[in-house]
Design a protein around this ligand. Sequence first.
Ligand code: ADP
Ligand code: ZN
Length: 213
Amino acid sequence: MRLILLGPPGAGKGTQAQMLKEKFRIPQISTGDILRQAVKDDTELGVQAKSFMDSGQLVPDDVVIGLIKARIKQVDCEAGFILDGFPRTIVQAEKLSETLTDMSLAIDVVVDLEVDADEVINRLTGRSTCPDCGTMFHEESRPPKVQGVCDGCGGSLAQRQDDNEETILKRLEVYQESTAPLKEFYKKGGNLKTVTARGSAEEIFSRVCEMVQ
Ligand code: ADP
Ligand code: ZN
């Protein structure tokens, strides 16, 4: 199964992608995670991406398209994959379609997670992530058992650089302008499914699964 998760920052794409990955045993491909790792490792890609990410802007299309092309050709993607945070522009979506067509493949379903803007701000400001295993927590809705410590692996939780109010507002603006038009793009293609991203992660997941099966 080849799946795209669409939705604004804070809609819960990462959480749903992790749950889908467990259920369907296919890799989660998050351009945000790949880029954050590159920044952490201080690679050429990371140096290129950092200032865009810190200010809430998109990393240039050719950079992320190159990343995705290489990633979906790896063997672990043969049975399918979950794209989380890509595509984010019409150009990225067009290049993805072209690449898949060349490989005689196609996207099966695009799940759009819908959520209100004020809810998004609350989710993002309270969120922390385990840098070691990627598990996400939230101070209200999903607090860790011990403050600042990952329940799963004991790693020390960190807030993302770009989860501050100013950058969040910029990311929402960029989403409206560049990414929201993808809903129309995929609606025309006939495989857009809309899911209300309200309630617990488990509740949202059961709605997502109904759409996917
Ligand atoms: P969120 O969806 O919560 O904003 P992500 O982890 O998906 O977070 O992305 C974080 C940042 O990484 C973005 O603000 C952007 O700078 C960069 N990024 C991630 N994916 C893409 C993409 N497909 N195209 C351009 N930039 C991207
Ligand atoms: Zn962890």
